[in-house]
Design a protein. Structure first.
Length: 377
């Protein structure tokens, strides 16, 4: 019989391990290649991911534009990253908390500080508006029809500028003005020179004016007439003046006792010589006031009816006798304020009423005799 040989099987663990070691040994090159490829893929993946996270952002600050690169997420982070500050009153086109996308455009308008002076108040305003009129609207300041703005409403805003509003108001008031009349002179050839006569009385006119008053911030700066109407028409005064030459008065001789007689006459059967013959003499009559009988005359005598006359001493000397045609012999003893020139006032013991009836008698002839009364032959 043959010899049986007992073949014992191998240990399974030892076999697996051996196989793995054998496979690793045989495929070590392949494993190395796979590892290198895996690492390369990881690096490429990381690089690609990092490349994709980078963004380009355009930032415009007051018209100046620049492009920024960033991998940050929000607007605030991007601006802080590039040291771009945003003031309290600056205006940003997007919210600071918004997420930043690649290609985003961020616009920042810087606020300017200006002063607005209006209605007695000064207000500091921070604004991003472009013109003065926009700032006033932002400050809730409305302009009236006549209000003025300095500088003008369409002026561009500059830092630290002053904007002044002047309140302008206009009122219409009524004013009455007197218009004095003028004196118009007219020549009248029928009147003697030196004589005037009012033909038409003058009357002052009245004009009602409409006055526009302009006030700036409550102070009157302008007053002008915008309309007028005549309430009372002016009437000019018309005065006529004479152009007719006055007849020349005859020269009055200065008489004295030594004056020579110039003629002889017979009146009331009495012959006498006279030193002057006056023609065109005016006669009037007078008496004394009641209760003053026997009053003294300017020459010191007592007034006597039938003897006393009042004369102009430059024409008939006081104390001289005269003969008045139609009335008789009289003595110049008195004077009177209205007795001038060739006027004789005859004294009567009569009532005032009767004397008024005597009136004024013109065209009389008077012989001036002298200091001695003529006597009958």
């Amino acid at each position: 019989m043959g010899k049986i040989v007992n073949h014992e099987p191998h240990d399974p663990r030892s076999s697996s391990k051996s196989l793995a070691m054998q496979w690793k040994h045989e495929n070590v090159r392949i494993i190395s290649v796979i590892a290198v490829v895996a690492i390369a893929l990881t690096i490429v993946s990381v690089l690609v991911g990092f490349s994709y996270s980078k963004k380009h952002v355009t930032v415009n600050v007051d018209g100046i534009e620049k492009t920024l690169e960033t991998r940050l997420d929000t607007v605030r982070e991007v601006l802080d990253e590039h040291a771009i500050t945003v003031g309290t009153f600056d205006k940003v086109s997007v919210s600071l908390t918004d997420q930043v996308e690649d290609g985003a455009n961020i616009i920042i308008e810087r606020a300017e500080q200006v002063k607005v002076i209006a209605d007695g108040n000064t207000k500091t305003v921070y604004t991003t508006n472009d013109q003065v009129e926009d700032v006033l609207a932002e400050a809730n300041i409305t302009l009236g029809e006549y209000d003025k703005v300095f500088p003008s409403a369409d002026t561009a805003i500059q830092a630290d500028m002053d904007i002044k509003v002047v309140r302008v108001s206009k009122n219409i008031v009524e004013r009455k003005v007197e218009v004095p009349f003028e004196v118009v002179e007219q020549a009248d050839p029928e009147m003697e020179k030196g004589v005037t006569k009012t033909i038409q009385k003058g009357q002052t006119g009245v004009v009602v004016q409409q006055i526009e008053e302009v006030y700036q911030d409550g102070e009157l700066v302008l007053s002008k007439m915008v309309d007028k109407n005549v309430e009372t028409k002016r009437v000019d005064e018309i005065v006529a003046y004479g152009t007719k030459e006055k007849p020349k008065e005859p020269e009055v001789k200065v008489l004295s006792a030594a004056s020579a007689s110039i003629g002889k006459a017979v009146k009331q059967d009495i012959n006498f010589e006279y030193k002057e013959k006056l023609t065109n003499v005016q006669l009037t009559a007078y008496t004394e006031a009641p209760g003053s009988a026997g009053a003294k005359t300017a020459s010191g005598t007592k007034v006597t009816a039938g003897r006393t006359i009042s004369v102009d001493p430059d024409v008939i000397p006081l104390g001289w006798w005269v003969y008045i045609e139609g009335y008789g012999f009289y003595r110049a003893e008195d004077t009177g304020g209205a007795v001038k020139g060739k006027i004789i006032d005859i004294y009567f013991d009569d009532t005032v009423e009767n004397l008024r009836k005597f009136g004024r008698k013109k065209g009389n002839t008077v012989y001036v005799i002298g200091p001695v009364k003529p006597e009958a032959n």
